[in-house]
Ligand binder design. Structure first.
Ligand code: ZN
Length: 277
């Protein structure tokens, strides 16, 4: 059984000055592609699904598949609910055997974010499940309306991390969900300040389109989990489009293989950066 907590992976990443890749999946093909890449690289990986994406990929179908794939994998795999906010959904993921859940209270005032994250962390920890919290406003959109990015206040990050009992903290340092308009400008000075104040591993969302050298710099400053969602979805659709363009007679089985392969290639590309190889 290779399923494990994200803390185990993030601790190992800290020791090796790496980050763990956390890939969002929406279908069996995406899941297979990510695991094939991680097994080929012999590196642990995090499989995750965001609450806002459950309309297209229902949790009652995806959740058991993710947990079962993690248990059967040859490498350690954590299974995580990304951007959770609805109590019933957070509980459903925990019931299914997810090893961690994210409570996204970033839109709440600090005191509310602390209170709600604390309540979830108490419940989750009693069940052996870990919690990722978030502070600051990420730009772009994770399946909802577009948001303007507001950098995490390092002092507020310190207060949330120490008072909420979270196991990892997602920060906003100029990163955004979806596709960047132009090259992202990450605030490494803010990241450094957060790192000095916060003991738990830091998480970088909005990994799609961040240049390799910025990933490496963020890792050197303490980012231990990097989320890749949009690039993973794009890899699947471009793999499918390429095949259907090249082969008019392509059947489902050829399509399945093309989608798995292009997701795998995207995951391999990111994993080699995150491993600092
Ligand atoms: Zn995110």
């Amino acid at each position: 059984m290779a399923i494990c907590s994200f803390s185990t992976l993030l601790k190992e990443a800290e020791e090796r000055n790496r980050a763990a890749g956390a890939f969002n999946v929406g279908s069996m093909e995406m899941l297979m592609g990510v695991l094939a890449a991680a097994e080929e690289r012999e590196t642990p990986v995090i499989l995750q699904i965001a609450e806002k994406r459950l309309r297209h990929s229902p949790l009652e179908l995806m959740g058991p598949m993710m947990v079962s794939a993690a248990r059967a994998a040859r490498i350690p795999v954590a299974v995580h609910l990304d951007h959770g906010s609805t109590p019933a959904v957070l509980r459903q993921a925990m019931d299914m055997g997810f090893t961690s859940v994210m409570f996204d209270g970033s839109a709440l005032p600090l005191a509310e974010n602390i209170k709600e994250t604390r309540a979830l962390a108490d419940e989750a920890h009693a069940r052996g499940v870990e919690v990722e919290a978030e502070i600051g406003v990420l730009g772009g959109s994770e399946g909802g309306p577009e948001q303007r990015s507001v950098c995490t206040d390092p002092e507020e990050a310190e207060r949330l991390a120490s008072a909420s009992g979270c196991d990892a903290l997602a920060v906003a340092i100029g990163n955004a969900h979806g596709h960047y308009k132009g090259v992202p400008k990450l605030r490494f000075d803010v990241l450094e300040d957060i790192r000095r104040r916060v003991g738990v591993p830091l998480v970088l969302h909005g990994g799609t389109g961040i240049p390799a050298e910025d990933f490496r710099r963020a890792i050197s400053l303490g980012v231990r989990k990097i989320n890749i969602a949009t690039a993973n979805f794009d890899a699947l659709t471009s793999g499918a489009a390429r095949l259907l363009h090249e082969r008019e007679d392509a059947d489902y089985f050829a399509l399945n293989e093309a989608m798995v392969q292009s997701v795998k290639e995207n995951a391999l590309r990111h994993l080699s950066i995150f491993q600092n190889r």
